[in-house]
Design a protein around this ligand. Sequence first.
Ligand code: SF4
Length: 321
Amino acid sequence: MNKKSIADFHRRLHRWYAAHGRRELPWRTTADPYAIYISEVMLQQTQVKTVLERYYFQFLRRFPSLPALAAASRKDVLTAWQGLGYYNRAANLHEAAKRCHGTLPDTVDELMALPGIGRNTAHAVAAFAYRQAVAVMEANVKRVLSRIFALEKPDDAGLWEKARLLLDTKEPFDYNQAMMDIGSMLCARRAPRCPECPAQNICEGKASPQSYPAPKSKKAPPLRRQWIIVRRNSKGEIYATPRKGKFLNGLYHFCEGEGGAERRVRGCVYLGHIRQQYSHFTLEAEVYMENARGQGKHWHSPAQLKKLPMSAAEKKILQLL
Ligand code: SF4
């Protein structure tokens, strides 16, 4: 691969992007750095379709600016994020908004100093919100680079080096968007469409694309068995508290535990079973109802309960009540 073939690749890529790229995506047509930042965080672990149809516009309507997000309560931000998963993203967004004092920084280093913004997100915000000539990196781009350079076991440092080597510094915005589109529209994990790909002239892996990167053997996530007890007082109020710690931080949950279920659930009424798949484990839980004494801050009427930010597992439990 030499300078001439890379320049040729850039020409092909821009032609392809003009004809087939997803140029109309709302975060590609706005100049608002805040909206672009929100889209980047949402898209970290969620598909474009889901973000577009159910979250991006709704979130921006509710928190239309960085100061509006900073002024919101954590509970409101988590409620708006409900269903998107990976709730630390929402907590970090909120914290970052508070630290920004109204303006999102425009350098990679300053962006990376904010909570929840790693190297990939910082580069994406710099590239798309501030149109800087920096390469972006996400799952699709990693796959495209691994194939173009026939990398079986790419590491981060190697991928960033290749990304910088290929970057079109004259038109970085369209280049980066096109690389992401090539990854999601042409260079699919299975059945890549090489004959249509603008990278054909430089792609060293096109004879055997699925070898790059080499497939990893997948381990099944561990199974976690729990008992969950929904405690209800004589007024029909239910006890639920916000979680602390990294996992689902701030989202409300019921009493839960592992082991010793027989003793703990004695006298409770069995409500049913739930199963929830998380990224790093599978939850299987038996759910019970307990008549309990208590009232005050953490006791919620059924109507209040429905408005609390909760994860998908707790939503399933609500359906058992
Ligand atoms: S030529 Fe094929 S393997 Fe190479 S980047 Fe394009 S789609 Fe992927």
